[in-house]
Design a protein around this ligand. Sequence first.
Ligand code: PLP
Length: 391
Amino acid sequence: MSFLVDLICTKTAQPYPADELLNLSEEGAPLFARYDLDAVRSAVDRDALVDREPTMWRYAEVLPVVDPRFRVSLGEGYTPLMQTRALGEHIGVPHLLVKDEGLNPTGSFKARGLSAAVSRAAELGARDLAIPSAGNAGGATAAYSARAGLKSHIFMPQDVPVANLVESRALGADVQLVDGLISDCGRIVAERKSREGWFDVSTLKEPYRVEGKKTMGYELAEQMSWTLPDVIIYPTGGGTGLIGMWKAFAEMEELGWIGSDRPRMVSVQAAGCAPIVRAFEEGAHHAEPWEDARTVAAGLRVPSAVGDFLMLRAIRDSGGCAVSVSDESLMAGVTEMAAFTGIFPAPEGGATLACLKSLLASGFVSERDRVVLFNTGSGLKYIDAFNVRGG
Ligand SMILES: Cc1ncc(COP(=O)(O)O)c(C=O)c1O
């Protein structure tokens, strides 16, 4: 059962009801779900979670679906946290782990967010969902909508990885290709949604995708026996993964499941689209939109993010940093991670390894640190990227 209470504006802390289909707050900021964590503390023994189902729904008390019959699941979450000692020793960080999100349904961590958002949207009466997507979120929306019996309308850049397009169409979505970037797709959704009666499930413009993503943080703690690593390296576009985990850590501390230590949160972006890195370096609280965004890591081709201030806050509060890596080095990261670990990562996953190497060189990460890289998707979704490079 869920202990969801209400939603709060991430800028003003003004409360909003949780039983309505809502997008942003009046302030134009993301809404966060709030739970009765005192009640969860009494109801759930963290050490008894071990007997629960191996999906993200093992944390149902801190997820937004009130009636479990509305839960739309394809088995998402509870992905392995892999020991990767050979890779770690090779690069000089023996305590290296990879959380392999490529094993999720639809081949990426986007499954978590869309499982939560589609479930909750169906519970609150939505029939038609619309989403702008760099690729993987589109496939996940199509899959979960198909399972829930909802219609999905997906807007993707016309040069989206072909697997995302094929998969979304096969899953019955109404897919429209746009001559532009995800931000142009987002504008079309915003213009048409009221007329068409669509509920907009854009990243952080509805409150529940981030709830699904936060389960990566719960899992990490559970899989590390209720401790957290020293450093987390996460590829960020819209930023829900990083923001979600940061929210999870705060909730778990309030639940008494972990202490106050936090990992240094590192955002990695592609050099051809690095608005968060630039804002971090400039000491800004918001990121200016990135012009002429280009990168083979399609999920990182996000020129502006509505949750930019939340990402920047988490990175700074954790003592972390933001780093950009070139397409060449992130693709080299893919093949190096693959050859040493047996995981075939997405380019975004390869970026985390390229980032770690640069942080080792700069001294930000030391050989004693316990480091977790998030491989957010499967390399199999990006076969065209490898062909393009002749790899
Ligand atoms: C494989 C992969 N990694 C990372 C990201 C970035 O995720 P977010 O936009 O939640 O920061 C995406 C987004 O499309 C993705 O598909």
